[in-house]
Design a protein around this ligand. Structure first.
Ligand code: FMN
Length: 218
């Protein structure tokens, strides 16, 4: 267990953990279920709760899922290097794959548990304009708050995770591996889960509030 953290400390030090995941220590299903019970208190559209949480704790299945993650990351790096720009966000022209990202890629198969949050209702890419924005915002807004709650609950119990989405480049392969009905269900990411080595985590460097806030107009 982590030493007691204040709420603000929990909110400001729940980091993406890659290099400090303890691959040797078993993660009990009971602790995962406790965290999920907390997570499910998150808001979601009309309280429909169209979510499913696929926990992978079978070694062989973890290895297969990690392989999908690895190959998706390799594809991403290759595409970026080749100037195929379809993934670049926010006008950025290059994406640095840091050392810890590489570390997680190479070690994903060693984690005790992987989690794939799944939302029913695959986003319809043909819905454009306001209807498309409404649908997407409602869909992601109905699962991602719960995912973040889950990560906070993990941290308060001495565990950690890393938010990852890169495997979604191969979402269909993951769906086939796990038996998720791909046509109707969309995956929100892949979350390695482990106890952390040590529980001291720092605040992150972020743009200051006065740079990003505005009142009453853009
Ligand atoms: C939507 C989203 C997708 C991400 N995808 C990946 C990923 O595929 N692989 C990875 O190693 N980290 C991924 N990250 C982790 C980010 O790199 C990380 O959150 C960011 O560098 C800030 O670090 P912090 O979470 O410790 O504050 C993702 C994070 C978010 C929120």
């Amino acid at each position: 267990m982590s030493p007691e953290l204040s709420i603000d400390a929990l909110l400001t030090t729940t980091r993406t953990v890659r290099k400090r995941l303890d691959f040797e220590r078993l993660v009990e299903r009971a602790v995962l279920e406790e965290c999920l019970e907390i997570a499910l208190q998150a808001p979601n559209g009309s309280n429909h709760q169209q979510w499913r949480w696929v926990v992978i704790d079978d070694r062989e299945r973890i290895e297969n899922a990690a392989e999908i993650y690895r190959s998706a990351m390799d594809q991403y790096v290759e595409d970026i290097a080749a100037g195929r720009e379809q993934y670049l966000r926010g006008g950025s022209r290059s994406e640095q794959i840091g050392e810890s990202v590489e570390y997680l890629k190479l070690n994903m198969h060693r984690v005790p548990v992987l989690l794939v949050p799944v939302q029913e209702d695959r986003f319809d890419v043909h819905r454009k304009g306001a209807a498309g924005t409404y649908h997407q915002a409602s869909q992601w807004g109905s699962i991602l708050p719960a995912v973040w709650n889950f990560m906070l609950a993990l941290r308060s119990r001495g565990l950690g995770s890393a938010w990852t989405t890169i495997h979604l480049l191969r979402e269909r392969e993951m769906a086939e591996l796990l038996g998720i009905p791909y046509e109707r269900h969309v995956q929100a990411g892949l979350f390695p889960i482990a106890y952390t080595m040590g529980s001291e985590f720092r605040r992150a460097a972020r743009r200051p509030v006065d740079e990003v806030i505005s009142y009453n107009q853009w």
